[in-house]
Structure formats: C-alpha cells, structure tokens
Design a protein around this ligand. Structure first.
Ligand code: FES
Length: 251
C-alpha cells in the first residue's frame, strides 16, 4: 500500500507541468506595481538590451515577492512580454529552479534543509516536529494557511546544522525539536523570532565561544613591503658595521 508520506513526497515541490485552476491561469489578472516597475527598470539597466533575458530570474523574484511568495502563470507571461521573450523561455527558468513556487504557499514557507550534514545532525527529527505541530506533510499547506513545508538541498549553513529558511529570507539554525516548537508557536502569534543560531552562539563560532584570537592582533593591517625591505637592509648594514668595528678593535 502506498503511504500518505510517499504520496506527499511524490507530489511535493515543483510540479513539472502547469495545472490550470480558477486562481492560476493565463487570464488571471496580474500586473507589477509601480514600485516594482521601477525596480524592474533598475534591474534591466544592468544588462545590454540584447541580453535582457538574463533578467528572467530577477523578475521572477520580484513577481514572487509581490504575490505572497508564489509566481502565477499570468506573472510569467507578463515577464515574457517585458523581456520580449517567448512565454516558454520564462516557464523553462521558473520550472527549473526550485526556489520559485508555482502554487500558493502558506504565510510561512518553511524550507528545511535535508542534505547530509543537516540530516546527520537531526533534520528528520525537526521535520517530524513541523509535521506534527502544523498537521502537514512535506509539500502541504496547513489548514489555517500559515505553514507550508518543503525539504530542500543544502542552504550553505552546514556548520549550523540542522537549519531551515523561511520565505527564502529568514534563516534559523542549530535547531532542536524544542526550539523548533518555539519557533512555530512564535509564528502562530505573528511574532518574528530571532534569526540565526537558536543555541545562543555567535554566528558560526564554536558553541564554547572563542578559544583563539580573543583580542585584536597587534599587527599592522597591511604590511609596507618597500619599507620592510629598507628596514631589513639597514639592520643588515648596521650589523655588518658592528662586526667590522669588533674585528678592528681585536686587531
Ligand atoms: S547541509 Fe544543511 S545547510 Fe548544508
């Protein structure tokens, strides 16, 4: 028998095909806000006009932010128009990169890292806590619309494993089942918990605090090699003169 967990995993994440729905089709009204048009203008200035297709990812990010963390089909079509590309050009990028959600997600889109360092440090226990507390499996959104859970590949904070990212922006690290529960409770109360390590350590410093380089080193930030060479030569000269004098006095 196929388990719920297997099915949720199978159909989670980025679907390869667009599924036509009442809220997501080519006729759904979409336009960028004035502010975002200004941002698009700023982005496009970075590229020569014949290479403006390079801005697809930037524009998808702008659309995703405007649409509460997902990119509707109509937004992709708008991007194609702005960049003078075929719609398929934009779909190809949006479906290739898993950071673009092509279906609505919860207010807190939890992207839990499941790659090896996080996995060996307890990512699966963290996942169980999220599933139990939010009543969802991977790829699902909670009934209250607050939480969506996705498992993602390494997010580059392995030294603070296990960790997760929320809405592609906020990072929470050094998670334990207890701190994970506290984070969920805080989000439920519409609070913004302190980002970063949840065990009180400073960024990626060891949990025991600093053991070396406790004070600023007493050395110049940059060495002047010309001056240094001069000093070495002068010292050598002085030593040779000293030696000469000593030999003369012996004689
Ligand atoms: S393995 Fe999880 S952040 Fe790298």
């Amino acid at each position: 028998m196929i388990s719920r967990r297997f099915l949720s995993r199978l159909f989670s994440g980025a679907l390869p095909n667009h599924r036509e729905t009442a809220y997501n089709n080519a006729n759904t009204p979409f336009d960028f806000t004035d502010e975002n048009y200004k941002e698009i203008e700023r982005v496009l200035k970075k590229y020569p006009p014949q290479y403006k297709r390079s801005a697809i990812i930037n524009l998808l990010y702008i659309a995703q932010k405007q649409c509460d963390n997902w990119v509707p089909l109509a937004a992709m079509n708008k991007i194609a128009k702005i960049l003078e590309l075929s719609e398929m050009d934009v779909y190809e990028v949006a479906t290739f990169y898993t950071m673009f959600n092509r279906e609505p997600v919860g207010k807190y889109h939890i992207q839990l890292c499941g790659t090896t360092p996080c996995m060996v440090c307890g990512a699966q226990e963290i996942k169980k806590v999220i599933e139990q507390e939010c009543g969802i499996l991977e790829g699902q959104t909670s009934k209250d619309g607050l939480f969506t859970l996705s498992e993602v590949e390494c997010l580059g904070a392995c030294v603070n494993a296990p960790m997760l990212q929320v809405n592609g922006e906020q990072i929470y690290e050094d998670l334990t089942p207890e701190s994970m529960r506290q984070l969920i409770q805080a989000w439920r109360k519409q609070e913004t918990p302190q980002e970063g390590p949840q065990v009180g350590r400073n960024l990626s410093e060891g949990v025991q605090g600093r053991t070396t380089l406790k004070t600023m080193p007493d050395t110049p930030k940059f060495r002047d090699f010309v001056k240094l060479k001069q000093e070495v030569e002068e010292k050598k000269k002085a030593e040779e003169e000293e030696k000469k004098k000593a030999e003369q006095s012996k004689a």
